[in-house]
Design a protein around this ligand. Structure first.
Ligand SMILES: Cc1cc2nc3c(=O)[nH]c(=O)nc-3n(C[C@H](O)[C@H](O)[C@H](O)COP(=O)(O)OP(=O)(O)OC[C@H]3O[C@@H](n4cnc5c(N)ncnc54)[C@H](O)[C@@H]3O)c2cc1C
Ligand SMILES: Cc1cc2nc3c(=O)[nH]c(=O)nc-3n(C[C@H](O)[C@H](O)[C@H](O)COP(=O)(O)O)c2cc1C
Length: 574
């Protein structure tokens, strides 16, 4: 370990920093082995002597944290010493002296690590990172199988730890959105393997994952923000926050479970020639009820197609599944009805629902500040509705919130904390808020908050949509914030208001001197809205670092990466 310490001193500043911190861990094992509290249930092997287990989480919205904390709780209940850390707060210099490491990590962006895991991963990849031959580890990856790069972050960490010579305790588990069962199994299996339990010696205590409850509230008001008839209108929604008040921060989101579009449910039942009122054997509900409330039908994923192939042995479907590009394209442009129509097969109702995934929640950024108006939670929701393959498609969550609920109706939701997208703690830090469309939602929350705190001229909004006349969301409010100096600057980009398309990234170039000046003053950049917009803005920032700071392309890319890793660039892209 000392060799590691000295080597680091010579080569790197990053790891030198780690080393300074590392000194305080030289007595690591002796301190850790001192039991802090009596375990709740020492139900296994009396003489078992297990080295402490370190559990880390990399998370954006809290799911991986929940799993890591439940694993920690379970180990403690079983009398095994463990520590649980946010990856960002964990000292990587400790790794060579760790024995057992458990990691729960979600995937963000397009197959990326979540913000709090990026520095950890960067250090693992560092040239001077020593081998971890004494380390045994297990990874629980969280993801969403509708993404191309399913559980990409877990896979990257796994590959890197293997490269460093670490050994697996058990194979990585890749959990989909309904992660609870697989994550519990992961906690149990890692524990059994570490402790050396056999099937016949099962523990009496079982791990649990306690998800925070959904709460009900009333939808108070809804008002259309987009003017005139547009195919995808955006609505301002107000939810009551007095019944079961939640204390949220600007930048947080809520999640809701949608109800599926009724027309799509009828079309599916008709296509399968089934009876909507038939009771399912496996679920205590009718087929119609289950399709409305329990299963995902507006989106298609690879696991659904794989399960369908077990029932439908069509050569065409197999051909599609064997062609990666065609399969990706089909998944991106199709829903469950398309699958049934284009690759027909007769099934009974129970067989059919057995191929589906449970319905999952949709996230919406909170568009209000608790500090400014604690009694309500505002949202800015765009209705997803579009024509394709001579059919109309509707998004489940957005049409449910915008069209499926009357004012006064009850809606169930849960707070999703989003710490990597909060305002800076230091109120003197300038903020550049860049977004398109509903990406304005968290910025409205930021502006309400800055206004309530009388913080002047620290915010700059760069925002765009298609047309100024129809799509300028919250136009009056934004202008008022400019007039009262909450906003130092507003720059809009309405892409279709002139012959050549103009986007928010063009405003960055137009005002490049100011961008650099604000960054030099320590500004934080926020990106919210479409993924593609985020990519374009990041590419433009690289160009600006090159042209304005004289960096090479490689340096500029590294600079951008550093800004993202250090939370100078904060993203909420979807
Ligand atoms: C952190 C976060 C914050 C968010 N905040 C907001 C917010 O403030 N406001 C907001 O409105 N949304 C927000 N979203 C997006 C929101 O969660 C939903 O994804 C969105 O409302 C669509 O969900 P849906 O259920 O209506 O559509 P779904 O039923 O999920 O999707 C329908 C399918 O249609 C596809 N699709 C959508 N549009 C088109 C198109 N034009 N052409 C072809 N295919 C298309 C989709 O890819 C999808 O496969 C946020 C997402 C995240 C992750
Ligand atoms: C904006 C966004 C991007 C995502 N990108 C991916 C992805 O590329 N691959 C994947 O498998 N899952 C992806 N997911 C799914 C998350 O990993 C999944 O929802 C996970 O449960 C989140 O866990 P967390 O709360 O710990 O961050 C994405 C989710 C969001 C909201």
């Amino acid at each position: 370990m000392i060799g590691f310490v000295i080597k680091l001193k010579v080569y790197t500043t990053d790891l030198l920093f780690l080393l300074t911190k590392h000194a305080s861990y030289m007595g690591f094992f002796s301190t850790l082995l001192k039991r802090k509290e009596k375990p709740l249930n020492l139900n296994i092997l009396d003489n078992f002597n297990c080295p402490p287990v370190t559990i880390l989480y990399g998370t954006k919205t809290g799911n991986a944290q929940l799993i890591a904390q439940q694993a920690h709780k379970y180990y403690h209940q079983c009398g095994i010493e463990s520590e649980c850390h946010n990856m960002d707060k964990y000292d990587v210099g400790r790794l060579p002296s760790e024995h057992k490491l458990l990691i729960a990590v979600s995937t963000d962006g397009e197959g990326e690590l979540p913000p709090n895991a990026r520095k950890f991963f960067q250090l693992l990849q560092h040239d001077e990172m020593p081998m971890l031959n004494n380390l045994q580890y297990a990874i629980c990856g969280l993801g969403d199988s509708s993404y191309d790069n399913f559980c990409g972050a877990g896979k990257m960490l796994d590959a890197q730890l293997q490269k460093l010579g670490a050994q697996t305790i058990i194979n990585r588990v890749d959990c989909d959105l309904d992660f609870k069962k697989s994550a519990l199994q992961w906690i149990q299996n890692t524990y059994d393997t570490i402790v050396g339990l056999k099937k016949s010696e099962e523990t009496t205590v079982k791990p649990e994952v306690e998800m925070p409850d959904f709460v009900s509230t009333r939808l108070l008001r809804r008002r259309q923000l987009t003017k005139a008839q547009v195919e995808q209108p955006v609505f301002h929604i107000e939810l009551d926050n007095t019944q079961h008040p939640i204390h949220y921060q600007a930048g947080d989101c809520i999640e809701i479970i949608p109800t599926n579009p009724a027309r799509l449910v009828s079309q599916i039942i008709e296509t399968l020639n089934l009876d909507k009122s038939q009771e399912l054997i496996s679920y205590n509900h009718t087929l119609e009820y289950s399709l409305l409330y329990q299963f995902e039908i507006t989106k298609l994923t690879r696991p659904v197609i794989r399960r369908y192939m077990k029932i439908n042995d069509s050569a065409e479907l197999k051909k599609l599944n064997d062609n990666k590009d065609e399969l990706r394209q089909f998944i991106n442009q199709s829903d469950v009805l398309d699958l049934l129509r284009e690759y027909p097969c007769s099934m009974d109702a129970d067989e059919f629902v057995s191929i589906l995934q449970p319905i999952h929640s949709r996230y919406y950024s909170i568009a209000s500040s608790y500090k400014a108006q604690s009694s309500q939670i505002d949202l800015t929701v765009k209705t997803v509705r579009f024509q394709q393959k001579e059919r109309q498609y509707e998004g489940a969550g957005s049409t449910f919130v915008n069209e499926g609920l009357d004012e006064g109706a009850t809606i169930n939701y849960r707070l999703v904390s989003n710490p990597s997208f909060h305002l800076p703690e230091d109120t003197d830090t300038p903020v550049i808020m860049i977004g398109v469309g509903t990406g304005i939602a968290p910025y409205r929350a930021f502006l309400q908050e800055l206004n309530a705190q009388q913080i002047k001229k620290k915010a700059w909004l760069i925002w765009g949509d298609k047309h100024q006349s129809t799509d300028f969301l919250y136009e009056d409010e934004v202008i008022d914030y400019y007039k009262n100096d909450t906003l130092a600057f507003i720059n809009t980009a309405f892409s279709r208001d002139q012959e050549t398309k103009e986007y928010v990234q063009h405003r960055l170039t137009d005002y490049k001197e100011r961008v650099m000046e604000w960054l030099d003053k320590g500004a934080v950049i926020y990106l919210c809205g479409h993924n593609q917009m985020g990519d374009q803005v990041k590419a433009t920032l690289i160009q600006l670092y090159m042209s304005e700071k004289g960096m090479s392309e490689q340096q500029a890319k590294a600079h951008l990466r550093q800004h993202r890793d250090n939370n100078i660039i904060r993203e909420d892209l979807y």
